[in-house]
Ligand binder design. Structure first.
Ligand code: BG6
Length: 486
């Protein structure tokens, strides 16, 4: 086990802390990856939260961990590492002095400042850390998406943090990069010779990257209604997945090499504006519908506000203008209240160039590589084979299935646990460089501007479906269809 470290969570009584950060740290503790003596310091503005923090933390763990993971004795032991404090970011003073006294009592330790707070106060928080003498050479700062609202605000936030922390001490989380199968995507691409020669416009027909969710607003109405699906999911998670699918092999699996390759992909994304946006994007919003046998409310009812045009669904067609990907469409799709929760990348290959079997052997299905990130992690390869149930020469698609969710003794994967431990280990490979954030916004901004200029209402889709029919039409125009999991 490595040296003990300190993690200070600003927004310590917030949803992210209870839902993701503490469960991740509990898992690390349970797996002996939280070295003895490490301290977790949730900072809360409200003194009442400090008083009841341990009860709230235990309740949060019970809610957010599976029954098999939660163990009351382990949770109580874990609780002894948690030292909540009252700290108000907007007010310098005693609380900051107390925090500094606590943290500086272990001056040599790695200290992680996790800013689980709105980006509008990142700058103020970093300033207080600096004034209070809390920034040491071993300090790291972790920030969460959304990093800004557009390119200009993202740049302003990055500049503010950069006044106090060097880029090498800043860890921008995109939790999708911490998912096991996302890392496996890089392993698949860069350790198997069979794929490299089949990973370009000569062999690949098109790529689908789809993240569908069944949840609705989950109490985040204010944030979500301002953001919408494009900012909330496409600017970050989907574009990161696209980068991992499309990038060239980095020289080494080192952070700077990986980030440099991702930036090249973002730079090569064909810009869209005006009429291109109308032709290549679909915005949707859910209305009431039947989800898993239950009637769920529509977006506007959930929001309790009529007239919002915020998109809860987006589908788009993108192109990467470089040699490898010339003219290969990348279809991206994400939405809330869809039929199933799933995240999948589908690489569809071209059909064989010449058909040797006659029509009586049946239709040929193109090969498809399906990388499923959730709910169950798997990699499948759909290929044609002879139907062995008949003596006739009949062809049928068969699936090679690498199902990781079935491997028995695997430790529970948790993107946040993985990423927090990487911060402690100063491993940047799975974090986003500011250049990536800013390039991603530069591609997204004109899309939003064109939507705003057109001022059209989103296409409606019933909750519990795969989105509006216009999303199917986007692919049908090119002779394709979405592969919906399940
Ligand atoms: C977050 C978005 O980044 O990702 C949420 O803000 C979304 O709106 C969530 O629900 C999805 O993450 P996951 O890991 O549940 O697919």
């Amino acid at each position: 086990m490595s040296e003990p470290f300190d993690i200070v969570i600003f927004g310590g009584a917030g949803d992210l802390a209870f839902r993701k950060i503490l469960p991740a740290l509990y898992r690390a503790f349970r797996e002996d990856k939280l070295p003895q003596g490490s301290r977790i310091v949730p900072c809360c503005r409200n003194p009442k939260d400090v008083g009841s923090y341990h009860q709230q933390a235990l309740a949060g763990l019970q809610t957010h961990l599976s029954g098999a993971e939660y163990d009351q004795d382990v949770a109580l032991d874990f609780g002894t590492c948690i030292m909540p404090m009252e700290v108000d970011i907007s007010a310098p003073g005693t609380h900051w002095t107390e925090l500094a006294a606590l943290i500086n009592s272990e001056a040599e330790r790695v200290r992680v400042y996790y800013l689980a707070i709105p980006p509008t106060i990142f700058g103020a928080c970093c300033q207080r850390l600096n004034e209070s003498g809390l920034i040491s050479p071993q300090s790291r700062v972790v920030v969460e998406k959304p990093l800004g609202y557009d390119a200009a605000s993202a740049q302003a936030i990055n500049d503010e943090i950069a006044q106090y922390f060097d880029e090498s001490a800043i860890y921008r989380i995109d939790h999708y990069l911490g998912k096991e199968t996302v890392q496996n995507l890089m392993a698949l691409r860069f350790t198997n010779v069979i794929f490299e020669h089949l990973w370009d416009a000569k062999s690949i027909d098109h790529v689908q990257i789809s993240i569908s969710e069944t949840v609705g607003l989950e109490g985040r109405a204010g944030f979500y209604n301002e953001a919408g699906a494009l900012r909330d999911m496409v600017q970050n998670h989907l574009l990161q997945l696209l980068c991992l699918v499309a990038m060239e092999s980095p020289h080494k699996m080192r952070a700077n090499s990986i980030r440099a390759e991702k930036v090249k992909v973002l730079e090569a994304l064909r810009p869209m504006s005006g009429g291109d946006v109308a032709a290549n994007t679909v915005r949707g919003q859910y209305v009431a519908g039947n989800q898993d046998g239950k009637l769920v409310a529509g977006y506007l009812e959930e929001l309790e506000q009529a007239g919002s045009h915020t998109e809860t669904f987006v589908a788009l067609r993108a192109y990467i203008d470089n040699w490898r990907w010339a003219r290969v469409p990348f279809y991206l799709r994400t939405g809330k209240r869809m039929k199933q929760r799933s995240a999948e990348i589908v690489i569809q290959y071209k059909c064989v160039s010449h058909r040797v079997y006659g029509a009586e052997a049946g239709p040929l299905t193109p090969n498809r590589l399906i990388i499923r990130l959730q709910p169950d992690e798997s990699i499948q390869l759909v290929m044609m084979s002879k139907d062995l149930n008949t003596l006739d020469m009949e062809l049928q698609p068969a699936t090679l299935n690498l199902n990781f969710s079935e491997s028995a003794s695997r430790v529970k994967s948790d993107a946040y646990k993985r990423l927090i431990l990487d911060v402690v280990a100063a491993n940047h490979s799975l974090f986003i460089h500011r250049d990536e954030v800013e390039h991603a916004w530069a591609w997204i901004d004109p899309i939003i501007e064109a939507w705003q200029a057109a001022d059209q209402s989103p296409h409606l889709y019933r909750a519990g479906t795969w989105g509006p029919p216009e999303s199917d039409e986007l692919l049908a125009e090119d002779g394709f269809r979405w592969y919906n999991s399940g």
